[in-house]
Design a protein around this ligand. Sequence first.
Ligand code: ZN
Length: 126
Amino acid sequence: MHEMSLALAVVDQIDGAARFERATSVRSVRLQVGELAGVVPDALAFSFELACTGTVLEGAELITEQVAGRARCRPCTRTWATGMPPQLTCPGCGGADTELLSGRELQIVSVSWHDAPQHRPTHQER
Ligand SMILES: [Zn+2]
């Protein structure tokens, strides 16, 4: 399952960083998910919960930010929302020489955690 391996990778990455920072627990994780990334949000939320079990992320809230798919036509520079399934031919000139500007994102934007008491509380929030 795509979402499970993604959730495990995310949890693994944050668990490592949290241990390094001596965080005692992770409160929330903000993830950017592109519309075209092929991730089912519900499946991801479920997988994330499972993947967090037994780590410092246990009980952490997963916040997903949807990123709309956008494409641009090289010849006429028009940009448009691709939708899903994505429309990748230019709605202006019908050309197929197009590039995807966004929509494939799958990245951790920020993590909010509780530090060990001897540390000054800092939050990795943007
Ligand atoms: Zn065009």
